[in-house]
Ligand binder design. Structure first.
Ligand SMILES: *Cc1c(COP(=O)(O)O)cnc(C)c1O
Length: 399
């Protein structure tokens, strides 16, 4: 068995059976949801010991830990080949906790320009003015630019690959090695790939973030986030500091829904990928489409790098129509199956122009146009999605 397949087989076992024991739960094959805000102990001394020991599997109070949530953490840590994981009430709670745990006043953060915008907004409105941190934006695609931007006080680099506008990819092992050499901690948002299609910790990244709100829960009914690291000490420190004190632990019901979502993630992703590949080829051949940005296309400018570090592709892509942003909006409105909304990773198809409200200038600096259309290919079936896109692209020209 080659390494890739061996790792995938291991991941499938983690998803289906990992850290679970039917006998511990009266034979139930679905783990219980522990709805309990506190945990009672047989003696006061045992209660005191549970608190002092900082044992991840000893329970005291629901803001610190929960057995359902812990099972999810164990599974996610194993799926990313990390030492431990910590789950949060949202992807943003995970992201901001990572910054607050790793950095302090006076530290400098390097951030990829194309990374998730709300993290940059947090830095602009809290990190920089209130906590006296510094931040520089870089493309992430150019090692020399990163090398030049690192300062003596650079503590953290925020990365995302692929980024979710035009799906540019960073050379993860190269960026991780450069940062490590200069003492900079690397954080990578791996939401697009899920742990099944890319494992950044195995490429030298220090902290991996996923929002559970996308493919991991997979049914558009959960908000949650996770941080995973090979450094169990770092996760333990966050568990007992930022997560405990900011109060951002995931709820037990959301934890259970995410465990349930994980069970079908490999099957769902395979279908998202298959549909998206067919839709991308259809769009690439369409006379009114100027460019398609999707990670599986041979026309992707970084196709070689993608083959080296990713094992699969998701349902998200973007494209440029031959027309104005207003025509793009008209095309989106003509879509019948695609909901008009943000987010992605659920069962349903979605479409929007992510930069529509921006100025031309702001759109250009992020490397896209105001009319860029981003779609998520859901589980409605490739032929249904293609037929819908075909009629909408035709409707675009009608008065
Ligand atoms: C949705 C998303 C997030 C934020 O996650 P929340 O759970 O909504 O806070 C972060 N990164 C990426 C790439 C996302 O798509």
């Amino acid at each position: 068995m080659d390494l890739k397949n061996k790792q995938m087989q291991e991941q499938l076992l983690t998803i289906t059976h990992g850290f679970e024991d039917y006998q511990r739960q009266l034979g139930a094959v679905s783990p219980p949801v522990y709805f309990s805000s506190l945990y009672a102990h047989p003696t006061f001394e045992e209660y005191m010991r549970a608190g002092a020991g900082r044992d991840e599997n000893a329970y005291i109070y629901g803001r610190m830990s929960n057995p359902t949530v812990r099972l999810l953490e164990q599974k996610l840590a194993a799926l990313e080949f990390g030492a431990d994981a910590l789950v949060f009430s949202s992807g943003m709670a995970a992201a901001t906790s990572a910054i607050l745990s790793v950095c302090q006043a006076g530290d400098h953060i390097l951030c990829m320009r194309d990374s998730y915008r709300p993290v940059q907004s947090f830095m602009a409105s809290v990190g920089i003015p209130r906590l006296k941190m510094e931040m520089s934006l870089v493309s992430g695609l150019d090692l020399e630019e990163i090398r030049r931007a690192i300062r003596p006080n650079t503590r953290l680099m925020i990365l995302e690959s692929p980024a979710t506008f035009v799906f540019s990819v960073i050379d993860i092992p190269a960026v991780a090695a450069l940062c490590r050499e200069r003492g900079v901690i690397t954080y990578l948002d791996n939401t697009y790939c899920t742990p099944l299609y890319q494992n950044p910790l195995n490429m030298g990244i220090d902290l991996v973030m996923h929002t559970l709100s996308k493919y991991i829960s997979g049914h558009s009914d959960v908000i949650g986030g996770v941080l995973v690291s090979r450094d169990g000490g770092l996760i333990r420190e966050m568990r007992h500091s930022t997560r405990e004190w900011l109060g951002g632990i995931l709820g037990p019901m959301e934890g259970w829904l995410a465990i349930r979502g994980l069970r079908s993630m490999p099957a769902r992703l395979a279908m998202h990928q298959d549909s998206a590949m067919k839709v991308a080829r259809f769009l690439e051949d369409h006379p009114r489409v100027k460019a398609v940005h999707y990670t599986s296309l041979a026309s992707h400018p970084q196709a070689e790098l993608i083959k080296r570090q990713m094992r699969g592709h998701a349902g998200l892509m973007s494209f440029e129509i031959d027309g104005t942003p207003e025509m793009a909006a008209k095309m989106i409105n003509a879509l019948k199956l695609f909901g008009k909304g943000c987010s992605w990773g659920g069962y349903e198809s979605l479409a929007l122009c992510p930069m529509y409200g921006a100025t031309e200038e702001a759109a250009r600096t992020s490397g896209v146009t105001r009319g860029l259309v981003r779609i998520h290919c859901g589980l409605e079936g490739a032929d249904n999605l293609i037929a819908d896109l075909a009629q909408a692209l035709e409707a675009m020209d009608k008065a």
